[in-house]
Design a protein around this ligand. Structure first.
Ligand SMILES: Cc1cc2nc3c(=O)[nH]c(=O)nc-3n(C[C@H](O)[C@H](O)[C@H](O)COP(=O)(O)O)c2cc1C
Length: 321
């Protein structure tokens, strides 16, 4: 409880008064990965703040049950942000009002997703091309939300339109209290390398706290990026999947990894029922990625359909070391 209060106070300060977090490492929103079980694990390993995956504002307003499922969380995940995507200011504002009632610590606006189903209908990273609409959406979310609002952007649409300076100003004017920057343009998707010079430039000029994001691979690198960019925090996405120790800096033994998989698996079954076993596969593949001798077991693990099967395969990993 003490720890929660400390971190929570710090994230409140981060958002309200521009003060550093207790830990400068934050878990990125990742569709299909950052659900409640994984967020809880990341928090326990030291992530200072976690986010839901992107949630459709339209689905929220329509009271779609599947969409509402993405907004479920438990108190031990806090501080937590719920991320919304959409392109209609009125719908985004109404969704922010509805989601606020669930009591997240932050509502985050997705302005960086370039998956076709999000981007092709004008939301996500498409907003990077339309600063005026971005401003209206941000203002509507701020007006609808009863918790602080943050936004997650990329540097712009493509190399010819790196609009981040204008975007940041518009978001600040609209009342957004924190901005996460993934240091790529939308057209880069995940190609090339994240531009941390641009992230630092944004941090130097922004009046709200900035979280830097892109390509962090290790705990040490995260701390370096944090120090070099001067960002309030840095956000870790892909490298945290199967490796929550990236938040603590610990180096897990094979036994630690196996124990973590079991705990994660049980949390998935608790949260989703038996279907959690199937959803767990993509995590298991990442967990065992660096375990020597595990490659021959990986195939068996991803085809296992029962908890006891997975446990007996994992027992062989720990025996083999
Ligand atoms: C599988 C996957 C799903 C993602 N889903 C989201 C999402 O729902 N919302 C979002 O803002 N970014 C999403 N992202 C982008 C990440 O939050 C992050 O910006 C990006 O992966 C770069 O950080 P990294 O190099 O640490 O992974 C996703 C990335 C991946 C790989």
């Amino acid at each position: 409880m003490y720890r929660y209060n400390t971190v929570f106070r710090n994230i409140k300060m981060l958002i309200l008064e521009n003060i550093d977090l207790a830990s400068p490492l934050v878990l990125a929103p990742m569709a299909g990965y950052t659900d409640a079980p994984f967020r809880r694990i990341a928090r326990r390993h030291g992530a200072a703040l976690v986010f839901s995956e992107l949630v459709s504002a339209e689905g929220i307003v329509r009271r779609d049950r599947k969409t509402a499922g993405y907004t479920r969380f438990t108190d031990d995940e806090r501080p937590l942000g719920i991320q919304l995507f959409g392109m209609e200011p009125a719908v985004m504002g109404e969704a922010a009002r509805i989601v606020s009632e669930l009591g997240p610590d932050i509502i985050d606006i997705n302005m960086g997703c370039c998956a076709p189903k999000v981007c092709h209908n004008g939301s996500g990273a498409s907003l990077l091309r339309d600063p005026a609409l971005t401003g209206r959406i941000a203002a509507a979310v701020v007006a609808g939300a009863s918790v602080p609002v943050s936004a997650k952007i990329r540097l712009g649409w493509d190399a010819e339109s790196r609009t981040y300076r204008e975007l940041v100003r518009i978001l600040e004017d609209a009342g957004v209290r924190m901005i996460t920057v993934h240091g790529r343009t939308a057209s880069q998707r995940f190609g090339g390398i994240a531009d941390w010079d641009a992230i630092r430039e944004i941090r130097e000029n922004a009046s709200v706290p900035v979280i830097g994001n892109g390509d962090i691979a290790t705990h040490a690198q995260a701390l370096e990026r944090h120090a070099a960019s001067g960002c309030a925090a840095v956000m870790i996405g892909r490298a945290a999947v199967g490796n929550p120790w990236i938040f603590s800096g610990g180096s897990p033994s094979v036994g630690d990894i196996v124990a973590q998989i079991m705990e994660h698996l049980d949390a998935m079954i608790d949260w989703y029922g038996e279907y959690g076993i199937i959803l767990m596969r993509k995590h298991i593949v990442k967990y065992v990625h660096h375990v020597k001798n595990a490659s021959k077991l990986r195939n068996e693990l991803v085809h296992a359909t029962r908890r006891d099967e997975i446990i007996s395969i994992l027992a062989r990993i720990s025996d083999d070391g």
